[in-house]
Design a protein around this ligand. Structure first.
Ligand code: URA
Length: 445
């Protein structure tokens, strides 16, 4: 390491701007063990408070991207498009979206993450399918995308290793919620996986990392500008994360909900977001002229059963036992399946997504430490959502867990997380806006 880390930490702490060489020196130094975790933690906290300008963000992204391999998928025909969500509760969109878009003829190479904090992770959901392998080698990854048209794996040691190491540190140092750090993290991984274009689902609301709409827009615009800098067309959707998306929260429970949706069942909020993102991916993939036309193709892929067939092919290709998908009742059940009932009459006007995320952790559906073992069966299934009317004694949700000690506290906490009003509740818009290189546009469907 040529430049001393302490000088660079001080420079950022005092609001200075780092050059590309300085950024490279820091990130490479950290990756090669010349900078300690405590020094990097101090640097990350300095970035959290002092931020970075756009030049620094692109330099950070580029250095992180080049810390590993950049996959070349140019020999595979078609415009390769991926989607990334900034993280939410009940966000199982990728499991329906990836096979659906692939069924429309757009190759989808997807590298996803694990559950983080109160939010779920696509990899944990996929791994709840017995036998499903998310740890394919890069050669297996390329072969799967070539043969099936869709692949869903976790970050390998070769893809943006600097992000992998930095992410783990950010998670335990209170430095996740920083726009420059999120942008560098997401875009370095996405640019390394060999995509041509990207669709972003930037969550906003109480259950999102960026809770205010203003911050979510800033994040979306930053991600889109970084995408453009690296020659990748990027479109962002700002979507609501005040209540959980869909009805299920918890890994296998969410897979079951996806099976129903892939068979054409309508879970309105989940499918509205899935179709909007899918329409944009199909458009970016060159199979439709507009997002709306892309949505029509996506709906057709679901209703003709092609999206389901593609999902089965994907699961088979990655070693999963599809008999559990065909007969979901074959899956083991939790020892305790408890109904949470309404104690008043009215309309549900809030289900606090952040709280629901934490309650599902208590039930065993997520991790509080990196090495925690997840119970894939555990979680919550809502039978009512915001806007639904309830009477005394109606079931609002069902808790699934093996943890007897958590039953009472989880039930009480969930009752407090749900509010029921006597006035009819106003449903907040689900998709707040679409953001592209030209600006922020209202979303009408
Ligand atoms: N998702 C990522 O991959 N990185 C972040 O920093 C936040 C969400």
């Amino acid at each position: 390491m040529t430049l001393h880390p302490i000088e660079l930490i001080r420079k950022k702490r005092n609001g200075g701007k780092l050059t590309r060489d300085e950024m490279e020196s820091l990130i490479r130094g950290y990756l090669h063990g010349e900078m300690t975790d405590y020094q990097m933690s101090a640097f990350l906290m300095a970035v959290y408070f002092q931020k970075m300008d756009f030049e620094e963000i692109t330099a950070l992204t580029d250095v992180m991207l080049r810390s590993g391999e950049i996959v070349d998928l140019s020999s595979i025909p078609g415009v390769k498009v991926d989607k990334h969500s900034t993280g939410g509760v009940g966000d199982k969109v990728s499991l329906i979206l990836a096979p659906m878009v692939a069924a429309c003829g757009v190759p989808v190479p997807m590298i996803s993450g694990r559950s983080l904090g109160h939010t779920g992770g696509t990899l944990d959901k996929l791994e709840s399918i017995p036998g499903f392998r998310t740890n394919l080698s890069l050669n297996e990854y390329k072969a799967a995308i070539e043969e099936v048209g869709v692949v869903m794996i976790g970050q390998t040691a070769e893809i943006a290793p600097a992000d992998k190491k930095l992410y783990a540190l950010r998670d335990v140092t209170g430095t996740v919620e920083s726009i420059p750090l999120i942008a560098g993290s997401i875009m370095s991984k996405k640019l390394a996986e060999g995509i041509d274009a990207l669709v972003l689902d930037v969550k906003t609301g109480h259950g999102a990392f960026m809770q205010s709409e203003e911050k979510a827009i800033e994040l979306a615009q930053t991600l889109i500008a970084v995408g453009r800098q690296f020659g990748k067309r990027t479109i962002g959707f700002l979507t609501d994360m005040n209540q959980p998306l869909g009805c299920a929260v918890g890994n296998w429970l969410e897979v079951v909900e996806c099976i129903h949706c892939l068979h054409g069942e309508d879970v309105p909020d989940l499918m509205e977001v899935t179709y909007a993102l899918g329409g944009a991916m199909v458009m970016l993939g060159g199979k439709a002229r507009t997002i709306e036309e892309g949505i029509t193709l996506c709906r057709r892929a679901v209703h003709t059963g092609q999206a389901w067939e593609k999902f089965i092919q994907l699961v088979e290709r990655q070693g999963g036992d599809t008999s559990f998908l065909e007969t979901s009742g074959k899956y083991p059940r939790n020892k305790f399946i408890i109904e949470v009932k309404s104690s008043s009459v009215g309309d549900i006007d809030n289900i606090d997504a952040l709280e629901v995320g934490y309650i599902s952790l208590m039930l065993g559906a997520g991790r509080t430490k990196v090495d925690d073992v997840i119970d894939p069966k555990a979680g919550i299934v809502f039978s009512k959502k915001v806007g639904d009317s309830v009477n005394v004694g109606d079931t609002i949700a069902t808790l699934h867990t093996d943890r007897t000690d958590m039953l009472e506290p989880a039930t009480h906490r969930l009752q407090r997380a749900i509010s029921i009003a006597t006035e009819p509740s106003v449903l907040p818009p689900l998709i707040h806006a679409v953001v592209d290189e030209e600006g922020i546009h209202p979303w009408h469907q």
